[in-house]
Design a protein around this ligand. Structure first.
Ligand code: F6P
Length: 319
């Protein structure tokens, strides 16, 4: 029977993390379980930065972006000595179980802790949507909305000036933010890890679209694939469009979460507490076909991301 749960956020923050912290806190307290908020991810866990949470500790947080707990990346948590220091700190503070909100790197830490007797549940908190075992991660919808708002604005000015906007979006090694925003904004070209990067093919496509009478164009590029400024320059030289590059950057990580993210985070946070009450650990929560589900972290981190072929086929049919 668990008496005290810790909750932390780790890795890149994402809108909706606060809604998840709130749901964990409120559902645990309702079940008579104490809660501590752990500051700054695994670093705070190892250093004992534990804050006793009351119901009011999470008041008025559901609409705020970022994470009230702070987040950090601690690659050293993989080292046995650092991990053991964390286990000891949790035991010293009578924390029986932890809910970890973060990406797949954070999940590995949760699994390691579970193997050392501290049951942990992972919640997918990242804008990248790059975690298997869930259709959507917490923050993806908000980031997508931010991108769409920005690209719609870029389209207005591109249209006025016969330009091609080359827009870099985040996603780490996952193209979901790019392909979803590409479809939503009616982009002409999307470049992601799934499509690969063929510069000649991009230029040819833009020339072809220009011949069809297009007055402007939008190219959406996943980060870590090519230099968008360089591509914009090449577009200026090879086509009749003037190329302009925009890197959306960290603006995509901020902002008030959309209702979709708030509801998702709340459902997932409640599920994490249920799993811990059932005595489970080493599991991660997801949403599949609008059902909240869970699966072993070990399986989740070893699976390749499921294919988005249907989205790419759709995109090609809409240009
Ligand atoms: O994982 C979230 C993410 O925003 C990625 O999309 C991006 O590659 C990375 O984090 C950026 O990390 P940082 O904020 O440490 O620069």
């Amino acid at each position: 029977m668990i008496k005290k749960i810790g909750v932390l956020t780790s890795g890149g923050d994402s809108p909706g993390m606060n809604a998840a912290i709130r749901a964990v806190t409120r559902t645990a307290l309702m079940s008579g379980i104490e809660v501590v908020g752990i500051r700054d991810g695994y670093r705070g866990l190892v250093e004992g930065l534990y804050i006793p949470f009351k119901r009011s500790s999470v008041s008025e947080t559901i609409s705020s972006g970022g994470t009230i707990l702070g987040s950090a990346r601690l690659p050293e948590f993989k080292e046995e000595a650092v991990l053991m220091k964390g286990v000891e700190k949790l035991k010293e503070n009578n924390v029986d179980a932890v809910v970890v909100i973060g990406g797949d790197g954070s999940y590995r830490g949760a699994l390691a802790l579970t193997k050392h007797g501290i049951n942990c549940i992972g919640l997918p908190g990242t804008i990248d949507n790059d975690i298997e075992g869930t259709d959507f991660t917490i923050g993806f919808d908000t980031a997508l909305n931010t991108i769409v708002e920005c690209v719609d604005k870029l389209r207005d000015t591109s249209n006025s000036h016969h330009r091609c906007s080359v827009v870099e979006v985040m996603g780490n090694h996952c193209g979901d933010l790019a392909i979803y925003s590409g479809i939503s904004c009616g982009a002409e070209v999307v470049i992601t890890p799934e499509t690969g990067y063929d510069e000649e093919a991009v230029l040819e496509k833009l020339k072809y679209l220009e011949k069809l009478g297009k007055s402007h164009a939008i190219v959406i590029v996943s980060e870590k694939i090519c230099d968008v400024q360089n591509l914009a320059d090449k577009i200026s030289k090879a086509t009749g469009f003037a190329g302009r590059a925009t890197i959306l950057g960290h603006i995509q990580r901020g902002g008030s979460p959309t209702p979709t993210d708030r509801v998702l985070a709340s459902r997932m946070g409640a599920k994490a507490v249920e799993l811990l009450i059932e005595g489970k650990g080493g599991e991660c929560v997801g949403i599949k076909n609008n059902e909240i589900v869970s699966m072993p972290i070990e399986e989740c981190v070893s699976l390749p991301r499921s294919s988005r072929k249907e989205f790419y086929r759709l995109f090609d049919r809409l240009v």
